[in-house]
Design a protein around this ligand. Structure first.
Ligand code: PMP
Length: 386
């Protein structure tokens, strides 16, 4: 049987399809289910793509990505994340962070190996571990503890077969940002037990309320056991460009690159040239500042309005662009609640179960719509759940 058959259909897809169906019938839908920024990509990046196309940069590139982009990524990792990677041998440009995650699973785990996935989580980790024959082990984090990952919780699930721990901070869908102290402790455990860490840092710039992103891979002794996955989708609102990257020791990077060669050969050539402009130009930096400021305002609006709804409990969140409230409403399951909000209020959200079986009493709100629509959608939710 193909490993693919073990993977359930995406829980987000169901809501998405129903929302589209309702829109097709002429109903207005407010989209709080989509995990992508609503900004255009930086214009300097778009212009650089046009130039690359006009210059005929339409062929395969180096498997690992064009040298200029790898150099700029190494600089970004050094300056913003305190991570030190050699662009020649330790960085691979990927087709989105999604491919980076798949490559890491292919390189680090296989049949007989266990991958610990703290949930709620983006479903890709469980799916990719399964796809490459490994066994995902879900670690259900608790709303009571604001969905924080702790060494103690990880330790309970570690076995002789544990090969990889997934760490995603700032987190999709909980919005949790993990503090350095706990990351240090988790790293120690992984070093003691020879467990690799896949650190997905795609929301690294989306930290609010004075919170700061710490990369677990930047902590002492971490490098040999870590793969950092990041990308351009969220940082520069470039989800459709399909560009990301992975960084690791040269030894692991060689394996990642091998997976990359067989999965996709290389990332899109002209998109890579565009991404160089996003990283190199002041405009890219200004764009990022403007966008994250806007998301910080939305984070405040979301926290404020959700805290006014009595049947919800909102764990503390400080990053990404999601809220993951738990609810107690007329005995409804998460599927039922999200269907109710969509059918009755035209507000699309995602049931917690899309992020792990255990999360039946929670749902995800993505505040990646403008402030007016956000306030309108949250007020509709408030009125429906009054
Ligand atoms: N990591 C996380 C935590 C995500 O939420 C997402 C997008 N939903 C991705 C990676 C995928 O990013 P990309 O578009 O770069 O493949």
């Amino acid at each position: 049987m193909p490993y693919l058959d073990l993977i359930p259909a995406s829980g987000i897809r169901k809501i998405f399809d129903r929302a589209s169906e309702l829109e097709g019938q002429g109903k207005r839908i407010l989209h709080l289910e989509i995990g992508r920024p609503d900004f255009d990509s930086p214009s300097s990046a778009k212009a650089a793509v046009m130039t690359a196309l006009n210059e005929g940069r339409v062929h395969y590139t180096e498997n690992r990505g064009i040298p200029k982009l790898r150099r700029l990524i190494a600089e970004k990792l050094r300056d913003d994340n305190n991570l030190h990677y050699d662009p020649e041998s330790e960085i691979v440009v990927t087709n989105g962070t999604s491919e980076g995650v798949a490559m890491a699973m292919a390189a680090l785990a296989g049949p007989g190996d266990e991958v610990i996935v703290p949930t709620p989580s983006w479903s890709h980790y469980v799916s990719c571990a399964t796809l490459f024959g490994a066994t995902p082990v879900e670690l259900a984090l608790k709303a009571d503890n604001d969905y924080q990952l702790t060494r103690e919780a990880v330790e309970k699930l570690v076995s002789e077969r544990t090969r990889v721990l997934v760490v995603n901070t700032p987190n999709n869908p909980s919005g949790a940002v993990y503090p350095e102290k706990e990351l240090r402790s988790i790293l120690e455990l992984c070093l003691e037990r020879s467990i690799y860490i896949l650190s997905d840092e795609i929301y690294d710039y989306f930290c609010f309320g004075g919170e700061r992103h710490v990369s677990i891979a930047a902590l002492p002794n971490a490098k040999p056991i870590c793969v950092v996955a990041n990308g351009f989708s969220k940082t520069y609102s470039m989800t459709g460009w399909r560009l990301g990257y992975v960084a690791s020791s040269a030894e692991i990077a060689a394996k990642l690159n091998k997976a990359h060669q067989y999965l996709t050969v290389c990332a899109n050539s002209f998109a890579q040239h565009g991404a160089c402009a996003a990283l190199a130009d002041d405009e890219g930096r200004q764009f990022l500042e403007k966008m994250t400021e806007s998301f910080e305002r939305r984070w405040r609006i979301t926290n404020q309005l959700l805290s006014e709804i009595k049947c919800l409990r909102l764990p503390r969140s400080a990053g990404a662009f999601y809220a993951f409230p738990s609810f107690d409403y007329k005995g409804m399951s998460a599927d039922q609640l999200c269907a109710y909000l969509l059918e009755e209020g035209g507000v699309a959200t995602v049931p917690g179960t899309a992020f792990g079986e255990a999360h039946k009493d929670a749902f995800r709100i993505a505040y990646s719509v403008n402030e007016t629509e956000l306030a309108e959608a949250l007020t509709i939710i408030k009125n429906l759940l009054a």
